[in-house]
Write a protein that binds this ligand. Structure first.
Ligand SMILES: [Zn+2]
Length: 371
């Protein structure tokens, strides 16, 4: 999505604005200022542009409110939220992982459009009350009410990854019991709706409905590619289910001597080789692991005077997975706990480690071999 700027935190959720959003802000301000020049020709230019910009900011807050409802429900359902990003086509809540149950997915998806429609209805109510009081306020309220209702309705289109597509996936998932089957149906539907929007947008421009109709085609193209990407991602996961953790365990387990200082080059070399993790021990015994993340928490001043055994995470407290578990399960565990690696055990005995990097490499290799 490109670069974003962080603007703050709400309920502990980092809020970011992607640079592409600035285009939407300027476009909205322009379209509004232009429409005021027709509806309220006696307004001075400063008022037209000022009210236009203010309304664009309120539109931003409307999209943010929509995303916040998704995020808050996700957190309440035990899914960590990495942040909310607003970009050119709206907003996106970055959930650590997908819902594990159909009803959870349904709830997280449905609250966003519901919030937008309710907000729109409330704004229409206020607009109705103040319509005769102040023309400026009335124009802003009418616009915001309309945009919120549109936001709610558009997002309920049944094409994944739109909210309506998620509701559709939850429904098919609940009925068939197959998450993968449901994802196939909902992402195909997303591709169809996206494709129709592209065709519709282009036809509208061709038949003279105004150049702004091309926007519909842009959103359609975005929806199509997002649906395709979601389909591929879930297909990769589906493939991983037939591989066990043993298939991705790093073959040669290298062990750092306990007294190796953390600033020595062998530590950084072994971390790079082991996907951000290296075992610490000696005499055929492994005491714990040194991870890149753990190392980052040690100050530069302390690195030369800290030994590997002082900086390591003891093996007993390092999360592990059984060697015959599926790689899809291991990936789930990594996402749930925000980890880059897991220890792999066979009958309780450590046999190696599996890293997120190794899983990604396996996914890429499978993509190449699969038709
Ligand atoms: Zn939504």
């Amino acid at each position: 999505m490109g670069a974003s700027i962080r603007v703050g935190k709400i309920f502990g959720i980092p809020i970011q604005i992607n640079y592409s959003w600035i285009f939407i802000f300027l476009l909205f301000t322009y379209v509004l200022a232009d429409s005021f020049s027709h509806s309220d020709p006696d307004w001075p230019a400063a008022q037209r542009w000022g009210v236009g910009a203010l309304t664009a900011v309120l539109f931003f807050l409307s999209v943010l409110a929509h995303e916040l409802t998704h995020s808050v429900v996700a957190i309440r359902k035990g899914i960590p939220v990495r942040g909310i990003t607003l970009f050119i086509f709206g907003g996106v809540s970055q959930l650590a992982h997908e819902a594990r149950r159909p009803f959870t997915e349904f709830l997280i998806a449905v609250v966003g459009p519901l919030a937008s429609v309710i907000l729109g209805a409330v704004l229409f109510g206020v607009w109705y009350l103040v319509d005769d009081v102040n023309a400026t306020l009335s124009a802003v309220l009418f616009f915001l009410a309309t945009i919120n209702i549109s936001l709610g309705v558009f997002n309920m289109l049944p094409g994944f990854p739109l909210d309506g597509g998620r509701v559709m996936r939850a429904a098919v998932w609940g009925l068939t019991g197959s998450y993968w089957r449901a994802t196939q149906v909902a992402t195909r539907s997303g591709q169809v709706i996206g494709g129709l929007m592209v065709i519709g947008g282009v036809l509208l421009v061709v038949f003279g409905a105004g150049f702004q109709s091309i926007w519909l085609a842009f959103i359609g193209a975005f929806l199509f590619s997002a649906a395709t990407a979601s389909y591929r991602q879930e297909r990769d996961r589906e493939r991983l289910k037939s591989y066990s953790v043993a298939d991705a365990v790093a073959p040669d387990l290298r062990v750092l001597p306990r007294d190796t200082p953390l600033d020595s080059t062998i530590v950084s070399e072994e971390l790079a080789r082991g996907g951000g993790l290296v075992a610490v021990g000696g005499e055929g015994r492994i005491d714990g692991v040194l991870t890149r993340r753990a190392l980052e928490r040690v100050s530069n001043r302390d690195l030369p005077v800290t030994s590997s055994s002082q900086g390591m995470i003891p093996l007993d407290s390092f999360p592990s997975v059984n060697h015959d578990a599926s790689i899809a399960d291991a990936l789930e565990q990594m996402e749930d706990d925000g980890l880059d690696q897991l220890a792999v055990r066979q009958h309780g005995v450590l046999v190696g480690f599996i890293s997120h990097d190794a899983i990604i490499r396996l996914v890429r290799a499978l993509r190449k071999t699969a038709t």
